[in-house]
Design a protein around this ligand. Structure first.
Ligand code: HEC
Length: 99
């Protein structure tokens, strides 16, 4: 009885969980940028502001860092820790933060 109900429960959780995960991902993944890029990504010593930047431009920059096509001291390693979906979510988030 219990085992029979499990797949149904997992399916229900999976379907119900998807939109929630997508919505929660941006701010959480974006937290990892704030230590260097300052509060809300508005910039800090040694790291440019990323708040209010064009979403597509940020995605392109992050993918270039990830592919080792853009020189940097640290961003290549950081960008490689993010999936394309996370990069898109993070770029979406910062594009909406006032610079
Ligand atoms: C450990 C500190 C650190 C963290 C964490 C960090 N960055 Fe950076 N970021 C830098 C530095 C330093 C540069 C300058 C390029 C380099 O040296 O790698 C940079 C450059 C950038 C640039 C290019 C800015 C420009 O105009 O040239 C973007 C966009 C960027 N970071 C986005 C992000 C995002 C998004 C995150 C979070 C996923 C993040 N960074 C996390 C330190 C950091």
């Amino acid at each position: 009885m219990r085992l029979k109900a499990l797949p149904g429960l997992m399916l229900a959780l999976g379907v119900a969980g998807l939109p929630g995960v997508a919505a929660a991902q941006a701010p959480l993944a974006a937290e990892g940028c704030l230590g260097c890029h300052g509060p809300d990504g508005r910039g800090a010593a040694g790291a440019a502001p990323i708040a209010g930047r064009d979403r597509a431009e940020m995605v392109a920059i992050m993918l270039a860092f990830r592919a080792n096509e853009r020189p940097g001291t640290i961003m290549g390693r950081i960008a490689r820790g993010y999936t394309e979906a996370e990069i898109a979510a993070v770029a979406e988030h910062f594009s909406k933060v006032a610079p």
